[in-house]
Design a binder for this molecule. Sequence first.
Ligand SMILES: *Cc1c(COP(=O)(O)O)cnc(C)c1O
Length: 409
Amino acid sequence: MPEPINARARILDAGDPLQEYRERFIVPEGVIYLDGNSLGCLPRATPERLEQVVREEWGNGLIRSWNSAGWIDMPAKVGARIAPLIGAQPHEVITCDSTSVNLFKLISAALAMRPGRKVVLSEPGNFPTDLYMIEGLERQGLAERRLASRGSMAEALDEDVALLMLTHTHYKTGELFGMAALTKAAHEAGALVLWDLSHSGGALPVNLNGCEADFAVGCGYKYLNGGPGAPAYAFVAERHLEAAKQPLTGWMGHAAPFAFSDDYEAAPGVEKLLCGTPPILGLAALEVGVGLIAEIGVERLYAKSKALSEFFRQCLLESGVELELVSPTDPDTRGSQLSFRHPDAYAMCQALIARGVIGDFRDPDILRFGFAPAYLRFEDMAAAAGHLAAVLESGEWQAEEYATRSAVT
Ligand SMILES: *Cc1c(COP(=O)(O)O)cnc(C)c1O
């Protein structure tokens, strides 16, 4: 029944209040991009902005641009622009380093704020880097990693837990944690809470302060469209800004970096999370992406994301595709993605990419589709579902060329 689906897609696109924003991104011809949750599309304004930063600010301004172009303030400035997207105040967020490095800084800070407690509680199957960063601190004798499944999280929150550290939107399944309830439970147990917002920031409304969260981190290159390896962000609740101490005591986090003193004294605000010289090109690109997402608004983005993913499911159903859905069926309890399980998910993903439908594969058997609503159309949902149906029906994913895995999936 391809015609009714396509007709419905056209009607939905015509009524889409965000349709004008697709033009603000560069989406390659012939590509249906369902991987904006891994690397967001290039905003149309980014190349021009980077050209300006490179030629004018760097080329002509040279070292003067740290002041004249405001480079030195960019980590705080871009952080302040991210803040309203995640329910934070502008002075509680900074953009710097990678999510992994920011996890290290904030886990360490939390542990130091809970003397006598060493356990960092998380869940098995959390994003690998989150679990590995706890392990690194464990090896130094500073932390003890404890993993508990969602159902037993409350029981695992005992008087040894210093920090509950969870990823808000699960990277594989898209399942959301109840941020408010878990934060409250952790606080009642005397623990602090760190939320990883990598798959939430810019995709759905997050209310860190409304939930009384203590710390958070997140990625700049996923739904914020900051480009490959974009700087990450870190949040410290205002009430902890004084007490929180992070271990990477580089000069940029100093209260007065240009006093060149021999002794470290942490900056009073969230700038204390800085370590070394900020990456200006990356920050400039991220600023464009964040500005665009802020202009559209996360509430509108999430509303469209749910409509897109539900329409995609409907298209699959009507095309006779029967794949095991591992994401929650209720769109209000998942992030901006749908994941399916299939033993040959890798080969199927490759066959789809060959058709221009770019999703991704997550080991061992997950086929994952992200719905970045700023630049996707309902028409893309119908077409992608059609391709998936054709791939399954033809068995073309069984071709030998799709069997070998590349280094990055
Ligand atoms: C993508 C992602 C990261 C990535 O961390 P990097 O340091 O940027 O490589 C971390 N945590 C989660 C939950 C992610 O989804």
